[in-house]
Design a protein around this ligand. Sequence first.
Ligand code: ADP
Length: 539
Amino acid sequence: RAEEKSMPAEVRKVLNKQFDRFASLPNGSHEAPMTQAYIELILDLPWTEETVDNLDLVHARQVLDRDHFGMDKVKTRIIETLAVQRLTNNPQGQILCLVGPPGVGKTSIVRGIAEAMGRKFVRMSLGGVRDEAEVRGHRRTYIGAQPGRVIEAMRKSGSINPVLLFDEIDKLSSDMRGDPSSAMLEVLDSAQNFSFTDHFLELPYDLSHAMMITTANDASSIPRPLLDRMELIEVPSYLFDEKIEIARCHLLPKQLEKHGLKKGNLRVPDAALSTLIGGYTREAGVRELERVIASVCRKAACEMADGKARITLTDARITEWLGPQKFKKAEPLRPDTVGVVTGLAWTSVGGETLEVESAAVPGKGVLQLTGQLGDVMQESAKAAMTYVRANTARFGIDPSFLETLDLHIHVPEGAVPKDGPSAGVAMATALVSALTGIPVKSSVAMTGEVTLRGRVLPIGGLREKLLAAVRAGVDRVVLPKANREDLFDVPADIKGALKIDYAETVDDVLNVALTMHPHGAEPRLNLPGLDMTHEAVRH
Ligand code: ADP
């Protein structure tokens, strides 16, 4: 094998030395297996083997469009990369990082890119990697030493120019066993990666021909130095109609084939798809949907085995096969309630609505915060509180409330950790409502950071938040005015489904969200708070 394989002269020198060493080891030496493993690694690794790139842009676009609906930003960016590579013949450029919630097709589009270019594809997950040795390998002096994942990936690919996908780069963690992110830095940095060193291999290895792409759920938790070396491309979550399209054109044909069914065997009308999407999944991507479709296909396969040849999927059949729907369509809204505000939150798995509850109870001025709020969120609750205290007169709140009342803000679900500044306006609104006894309109949702002076600052994740608002049946949202420009990124039918108000100050928010204006209202002598049902509606 060594004679047939082409490799750089210095590698061959090392290899020959290892052969000599292996031959000289006495029978049964404990060094023999390690030496053999090392020799095999050198023989397995691609040193000069290379696949020929297909840089035909039309072909690439066809392959990407065939298997993936939408994802235009990613597709366009890849086509651009190929075009540049055609002109410069230099494969290295920026490393792309696809950022988005789970199940939106990040991994599978990268597989598509490899297919379009005719390159080998290897994926490795970095989630939970905390030991530098997992990236860079162990020294061969250790018992059970192994090469790192990057070298293993190259070995698996068998060519020096594969597409390497590093999944979940935001979940790299570091502890006392070293910092894997600094090793990843060397892998991703084009100024260093032509001579990547693996502790096991101990020979510089050239990674610069590989095309590296990374994925992440949450860009903000990617280690900073890594982030600097990557170009982020957002892969947003899907709308209802897009999911139908993806299910009809991609997921269903794929699953039918996997289960040995023909198109005519199981007919799935769009109405059935929308029942599956709305009733059995609640997610940003389509992974759960694919699972649900797979279980429908399995049930159909059983019936097929019983002799049926043609099945049409109806709602009744879905219930029979999958049980009752897990998610009901837009739940009925609660009545307008004192102290309860619908906030909009961004999470790494998509947007969500979030209820911010507040209550005033007899006490002596303590502000309690519960619901696993992170530091930033707690601070914005305190800022909201101070803002309200500074403006009691305008809101018609008895300024001595701190001597008689405790305030409590709670954000269900209590067991889910939450953080971020964007619930500021929701908390300020909840406090004003709790102290004035004026209910908050339940059809209004809001997001925005609040300052001590009551200014409303812009927030991130707008598209996902608005999608969540529509999913939850909200019909009006209050957004920071400074986010106005970001709205062009939001699909038209989402914008059409919502009435959007822009706020510069908390006053603007209160004008929209409260059922009655607090300004100049009579100071309430009989302060609320004992009414824990919060259902008392004062119109
Ligand atoms: P991610 O890596 O973003 O978590 P995956 O790539 O694993 O998601 O996608 C989950 C499944 O959904 C895959 O089977 C994929 O083919 C499918 N999928 C996701 N988005 C699309 C899309 N836009 N078009 C077609 N299929 C898609």
